[in-house]
Ligand binder design. Structure first.
Ligand code: FES
Length: 447
């Protein structure tokens, strides 16, 4: 495991801070998440899985896979990839005994490598079953209760109510372009984005990166868009009204200031797409990352993700990522996953090799690698617009269930639009173009 700092000499970083990781001080920089700071210091095991206690590292680095749950500041099950570092912040791995690095409960994975049906094990005699139930609870739990426990139920978050002309959900290429277009047309636009920094998939793409993300966000702000980061639109409630007498239907948004009940004359969903894994043995090992997570490490955070990465995927993103990694000094192996197949990741708490099957070969061969970047087609994040009534359809070429909209982004639901990867994965450039077009159509819809 590398002990040195993996941060590259660029880009400019935030002020240095110190993270308290299981009793040790680790260097971090403001602007990094806990997961990124730990990775940069060579720590890849962030947690242990439920039941089999397999080691877990982050996968998506985007808040959507749940692989990075840690105990942070005395609270369990916090997503390390979404938690900003702070000086002195205490971070621990959870769900392990005696430690996340060495977990004796991982014996379950060793002894039951073909699976364990704990419902039918040791059901008698009664005393043995009682012991078994205790062990199962220990294996199956996730985290311990918080250090600080108030006497009663925690207070409900503050609630505010807001109405705007246009609500845009998602601060990636499509959402930013649509919002800027609308604001230039004189519309009042509120854009909510769950990430700490706007830019979405720009920040994961080596050909775009921070400059493209900042440019798009600056243009939107300059046009008059109100942009709230770390604000997750959690649900559409069709039956609730923000106040008595108002028409039903509101968007619940979790912000750092509390819960926002948001209504709008028009809605635009630009919620992007989720990273997917590929099917191969041990694809859950630390060091198997979504390619866009690798792109974020490199392009947003200036961290060399690995010295011998293997990039799995045949599309243009895999090509762009492989080139960027090579330019950063890595020795890259490319596997298209079609002609040459990736059969298995090798390694326990750290990927050390991959087993490949070349075209026409009868036997697999191994290649050394310290990282597997999986460039599988991302799946449209269509749940929220679907709650709002927007129809979706299965489009395998678009990554999954995509919103059905016309060429202007209009859905079958009046005044509800969608644009970008949520309408079928298309990548940053095409998403931006679609967002602009949806913005123009939305602006026209007011006249
Ligand atoms: S949720 Fe944190 S890495 Fe996926």
């Amino acid at each position: 495991m590398p002990s040195s700092d993996l941060r590259l000499p660029h880009p400019p970083r935030g002020a240095p801070v110190t993270l308290r990781f299981e009793g040790r001080d680790l260097p971090a920089c403001e602007g990094e998440s806990v997961a990124v700071a730990l990775y940069a210091s060579g720590e890849r095991v962030l947690s242990r899985s439920v039941k089999y206690h397999r080691p877990r590292g982050f996968f998506c680095l985007d808040g959507h896979c749940g692989a990075c749950l840690m105990r942070v500041g005395g609270k369990p099950n916090i997503k390390a990839c979404l938690t900003p570092v702070k000086d002195g912040l205490a971070v621990e791995r959870q769900n392990a005994f005696p430690s996340g690095g060495f977990d004796v409960l991982a014996a379950a994975d060793f002894f039951f490598s073909s699976g364990m049906d704990h419902h039918t094990m040791m059901t008698s005699p009664r005393a043995l079953n009682a012991v078994m139930q205790k062990v199962v609870r220990q294996l199956g739990g996730l985290g311990r209760l918080p250090d600080e426990r108030p006497g009663g139920p925690p207070p409900l978050p503050a609630v505010s109510v807001r109405h705007v002309e246009v609500a845009v959900v998602g601060g990636g290429p499509a959402g930013l372009a649509a919002a800027a277009t609308l604001a230039r047309a004189g519309r009042e636009v509120l854009l909510v984005d769950e990430q700490d920094r706007p830019g979405g998939s720009y920040l994961a793409h080596p050909s775009f990166g921070v400059p493209a993300a900042d440019r798009a966000a600056d243009e939107a702000r300059a046009a008059g868009v109100e942009l709230i980061s770390r604000a997750a639109a959690i649900s559409w409630f069709p039956e609730d009204a923000p106040k008595p007498g108002a028409p039903p239907g509101l968007l619940a948004v979790y912000t750092q200031a509390g819960l926002l009940e948001l209504t709008a004359d028009r809605y635009l969903y630009a919620t992007g797409a989720y990273d997917q894994n590929a099917l191969f043995i041990d694809n859950d090992r630390p060091g198997v990352l979504a390619a866009r997570a690798v792109g974020r490490l490199l392009s947003r955070f200036g961290i060399l993700p690995g010295e011998r990465p293997l990039v799995l995927g045949a599309g243009p993103y895999a090509q762009a990522l492989a080139s960027a990694l090579e330019n950063a000094g890595a020795q890259v192996t490319r596997v298209d996953g079609i002609e040459t197949r990736l059969l298995a990741a090798k390694g326990h708490s750290w990927v050390r090799a991959a087993e490949l099957l070349a075209p026409g070969a009868k036997r697999a061969h191994r290649v050394r690698c310290d990282l597997i970047a999986v460039a599988a087609l991302p799946a449209p994040a269509s749940e929220l617009p679907r709650q709002h009534g927007v129809p979706v359809e299965l489009r395998p070429q678009g990554g999954g269930f995509a919103c059905v909209v016309d060429a202007d982004g209009a859905s079958a639901i009046p005044k509800v639009f969608a644009a970008g990867d949520v309408t079928g994965f298309k990548g940053p450039e095409a998403a931006r173009t679609q967002g602009e077009r949806a913005g123009l159509a939305l602006a026209r819809s007011f006249s």
